[in-house]
Design a protein around this ligand. Structure first.
Ligand code: OSB
Ligand code: MG
Length: 371
């Protein structure tokens, strides 16, 4: 049956994270982003979250570039074409290059609406199998090693199953050695967000002594050639994040031996349908995947929980609980982590209600588009 869209609503929000988050590319605390709400003629509402940042320092997309693409191109495409299933959305957007986060925000709202109309959970709609998911935590660069060790101990107390540490030049091997000494048995990984080049191979090789689960995206944000060279010299598995924008990229990276693990971020690859394709391809080729994060609020977090229920998400993801980021999230109940595990909701769609009061509190602009 055709999904009878009535309108799309864009909610532009500002939220402040409880702690600043520092990476090799910059520090974030204020989060400006938007939700897409897809409404059908029966009044069902599906929600998606834009994961682009206001500044293009993770990928080239921004909040404003996404809003422009959505208004000028994506909504008109859904106005002009009928669809029966959310898998049809990404191919319809296929004639437009790039802008994956903009595409994913809309597609995510359509997936949630579709699952609600079918009366099934989003996880079920995606073909997920798990009833609970294992999660780790990503910790930004800290001012001192003492503060870092304290933070790690606190998160391990809360049950998180692996610790990811952001690294950058001058803040890498020595820091990781100290952490490994303090936590000899903890699953630890490092994420460089493209801060190194092959000239740093001497330092990168020293990571092999630290028994890391993996090193994430050490080299350039679009590279798969140098990563393949580096992986040949390293025992530590390389996990690609920024370099993977599509199934095509995943196929080429695996063929070249550029990585042994892939971080799937729904926004970075253009949505849930493409995420499933990458997941399935990696599964067949023996490449484990895990779900990355973009410091999402509740809606994006709920989508991450749902995709992580697919069977080849075998490593703990970055989908930490709401309280790690927000004093108050925009969903009810919030995403809760207990013993390093999130219980996957079973009610229709994303399985969390929008907290309308919170939505209104954080919203500074609302845009409506009739279909
Ligand atoms: O590289 O995974 C990343 C946050 C912002 C931009 C990029 C990244 C990250 C994280 C945090 O590592 C993930 C999260 O907790 O949402
Ligand atoms: Mg990363």
């Amino acid at each position: 049956m055709v999904i009878p869209f009535k309108k799309f609503i864009i909610h532009r929000l500002n939220m402040r994270m409880v702690d600043p988050f520092a990476t090799s590319f910059g520090t974030m605390q204020d989060k400006e982003f938007f939700l897409v709400e897809a409404v059908d003629i029966n009044g069902n509402r599906g929600f998606g979250e834009g994961v682009a940042f206001p500044i293009p320092w993770y990928t080239e997309e921004t909040v404003k570039s996404n809003l422009n693409i959505i208004e000028d191109f994506l909504i008109p495409i859904l106005r002009d074409n009928e669809i029966q299933h959310p898998n049809e959305v990404f191919p319809l957007f296929g004639r437009l290059r790039g802008n994956n986060m903009a595409k994913a925000a809309i597609e995510g709202a359509v997936w949630d609406l579709f699952a609600k109309r079918e009366g099934i959970s989003l996880a079920q709609a995606l073909g997920g199998e798990k009833t609970e998911i294992d999660v780790g935590i990503s910790i930004g660069i800290q001012p001192t090693i003492d503060e870092l060790l304290k933070k790690i101990a606190g998160f391990l107390d809360q049950g998180y199953k692996r610790i990811k540490l952001k690294i950058k030049p001058g803040h890498d091997v020595d820091m990781l050695r100290e952490v490994r000494k303090a936590f000899p048995d903890t699953p630890i990984m490092a994420d460089a967000n493209s801060a190194y080049t092959l000239d740093d191979i001497h330092m990168l090789k020293q990571l092999d002594d630290l028994n890391l689960l993996m090193i994430e995206q050490p080299l350039q944000h679009y590279d798969i050639i140098d990563h393949a060279k580096l992986q040949k010299e390293l025992h530590t598995p390389i996990c690609l994040d920024e370099s993977i924008h599509s199934l095509y990229d995943a196929e080429k990276a695996i063929e070249l031996g550029s990585c042994k693990i892939i971080n799937i971020k729904v926004g970075r690859v253009g949505g849930l349908s493409e995420s499933i394709k990458i997941h399935d391809y990696c599964k067949v080729h023996g490449i484990p995947v895990w779900c990355g994060g973009m410091l999402e609020a509740g809606v994006g977090r709920a989508h991450n929980v749902a995709i992580t229920t697919l069977s080849n998400f075998v490593l703990p993801g970055d989908t930490a609980g709401s309280s790690r980021y927000w004093e108050k999230d925009i969903i009810k109940p919030e995403v809760v982590v207990e013993n390093g595990v999130i219980k996957v909701p079973t009610s229709p769609g994303i399985g969390y209600e929008i907290d309308e009061a919170a939505l209104e509190e954080f919203r500074f602009k609302k845009l409506e588009y009739e279909v």
